[in-house]
Design a protein around this ligand. Structure first.
Ligand code: FES
Length: 123
């Protein structure tokens, strides 16, 4: 079901684990399967200087988290907000149709983490 790129990312995901000094954290869940993805961001001057994740989910969700966190490192938050699940799927060289929702989790978790950062900054 999975291509080699997905299997490689699943076997050796990048950016796994909590980020101790994160200042933006987003947690989202997929209603259809019950899987959960948590994205941690360290943001300085509106630039994502570090990103990590904890995903309690399927191989596609873990692979999506891995490429998505890699993708947004070094990005300005306004650019990271434009990252779509379609880009995540492209980075994974395709996902089976029934696994597209797993990549949506990555897009949503990034947006949640940035929203958390913004909420903290206004306090
Ligand atoms: Fe739940 Fe993939 S099946 S995130």
């Amino acid at each position: 079901m999975y291509n080699k790129k997905i299997l490689d990312e699943f076997a050796q995901p990048k950016n796994v684990g909590a980020l101790a000094d994160a200042n933006g954290i987003g947690t989202v869940g997929a209603a259809s399967c019950g899987d959960i993805m948590k994205v941690y961001l360290k943001i300085e001057n509106d630039v994502i200087v570090d990103a990590s994740f904890q995903t309690f989910g399927c191989a596609a969700a873990i692979a999506s988290s891995s490429v998505a966190t890699e993708m947004i490192k070094g990005m300005k938050i306004q650019d990271a907000l434009k990252v779509t699940n379609a880009q995540v799927v492209e980075m994974l060289e395709g996902l089976p149709p029934q696994k597209i929702h797993c990549s949506v989790l990555a897009e949503e978790a990034i947006k949640e983490a940035i929203a958390d950062y913004k909420a903290r900054s206004t306090n």
